[in-house]
Design a protein around this ligand. Structure first.
Ligand code: NAG
Ligand code: NAG
Ligand code: NAG
Ligand code: NAG
Length: 364
């Protein structure tokens, strides 16, 4: 009796409950497989080509595991993108070393986002919490990753290889064909990026706003190094750790750039530890409140404070002709005491420290 009542109650109640994600395995071998596959909490991606002008968009159930089992290539078309987007909570994304190929050479004209043909950007839009690992991104048309995680996310063992874009092509007027090819753009909180490699022509990492961001044990080459900024009006950055990275053959190793016209903005609580750099063409460290100028007239609307080189030694070697450390602050907008005891820069010439006398433990 009790059993049969329970059974009746269950069979009445069940249809009212939203369909739970299914423990099935979905397999994607073409875009027409996506809608059904994302209803499963295991999604396998086989090698295929995404037709030009479409976003490969995975809107996943919470807790889904994604396994790449082959390489994904994107068709060529002048449109805004993104080429790939993934969203969901507590996702485990295993690239297994497979490649997303953006076919950059079709788009590259040395102008990036500043002109020329329309380029899909970002190429990869990551909107998950959980882990995203072991993925290769080859030849992004413009910016590679844009990250806006809804909860804690660790990105690891990524390779962004835009090194081919260092060469001029028929459309780039003798300049490097790849341009604005940022590795990771992050305006977010609770993000770790580690053990990854970026070969490109712009920022390896650019943090535009956010908090609790760790960037560790990565290798950056060819571009503009590891950046906080550019910082625009209203943006705040608090709590960044940049540690154990290697930056080579880049404009600078470490930079904070704030817009000269920014208001109500701040950058605080940043720790650099145990980084190395060499082949630095313009600066070792650049902190500049005159962006988009370099060492132009600084603004005063972004307060920069608590910027330290501590923990273990950061050792940079700049090229002859480059400046070791340049700090260009607006009057009163760099504040407090910055402990730079664990910074060592050699080569080039000293560089200027303007409108700020709070750096301790370091002399050029
Ligand atoms: C991806 O799919 C989600 C969920 O359907 C949708 O909200 C979003 O607009 C799509 N994004 C793109 C770029 O297609
Ligand atoms: C500094 O950032 C860390 C995270 O990196 C955070 O835990 C800490 O609370 C921040 N300190 C202040 C004073 O905001
Ligand atoms: C940076 O160094 C200053 C001066 O020693 C110290 O007061 C501050 O707490 C340090 N900040 C961080 C984020 O370590
Ligand atoms: C100090 O900052 C002010 C802006 O607040 C700027 O006009 C001035 O040029 C700076 N000083 C130097 C020596 O650059």
């Amino acid at each position: 009796m009790a059993l049969s009542i329970a059974f009746v109650l269950l069979s009445v109640a069940l249809p009212l409950v939203a369909a739970a994600p299914s423990a099935c395995t979905g397999t994607i071998s073409s875009m027409s497989d996506v809608a059904a596959a994302v209803k499963c909490t295991t999604v396998n991606i086989n090698a295929f080509t995404v037709p030009a002008g479409e976003t490969f968009n995975l809107s996943l159930e919470d807790g889904t595991t994604v396994n790449m089992l082959g390489d994904v290539t994107f068709g060529e078309k002048n449109w805004d993108g993104p080429l790939f987007q993934v969203s969901g909570d507590s996702i485990t994304f295993n690239g297994n070393g497979h490649t997303f190929n953006g076919n950059g050479p079709f788009y590259w004209d040395g102008q990036g986002g500043n002109g020329g043909v329309t380029k899909p950007a970002p190429m990869m839009k990551i909107k998950i919490s959980g882990t995203f690992t072991n993925v290769k991104v080859l030849n992004s048309p413009e910016r590679a990753f844009s990250v806006s995680n809804p909860g804690p996310l660790t990105i690891s063992k990524i390779t962004v290889d835009n090194s081919l874009g260092d060469q001029p092509n028929a459309n780039s007027g003798g300049k490097a064909a790849g341009h604005n090819t940022d590795g990771f753009d992050a305006s977010t909180t609770d993000l770790t990026i580690e053990d990854s490699t970026v070969m490109n022509q712009d920022d390896c990492l650019a943090i535009n706003k956010g908090s609790n961001i760790v960037f560790q044990r990565n290798t950056c080459s060819g571009g503009h190094g590891i950046s906080i900024g550019s910082i625009a009006s209203g943006a705040t950055v608090n709590g960044v750790v940049i540690s154990g990275n290697t930056v080579t053959n880049s404009d600078q190793a470490l930079r904070i750039k704030t817009d000269s016209d920014a208001t109500s903005a701040s950058v605080t609580n940043v720790t650099y530890s145990g980084n190395t750099g060499s082949g630095l063409r313009q600066f070792g460290v650049l902190i500049d409140q005159s962006y988009p100028d370099t060492l132009g007239t600084p603004g005063t609307g972004c307060i920069v404070s608590d910027i330290n080189f501590t923990g273990s030694k950061t050792t940079l070697t700049v090229n002859s002709g480059a400046e070791r450390v340049a700090v260009n602050c607006g009057k009163g907008s760099c504040t407090g005491t910055w402990n730079w005891a664990d910074l060592s820069v050699s080569g080039g010439s000293a560089g200027k420290i303007v409108n700020f006398s709070g750096i301790s433990g370091f002399t050029q």
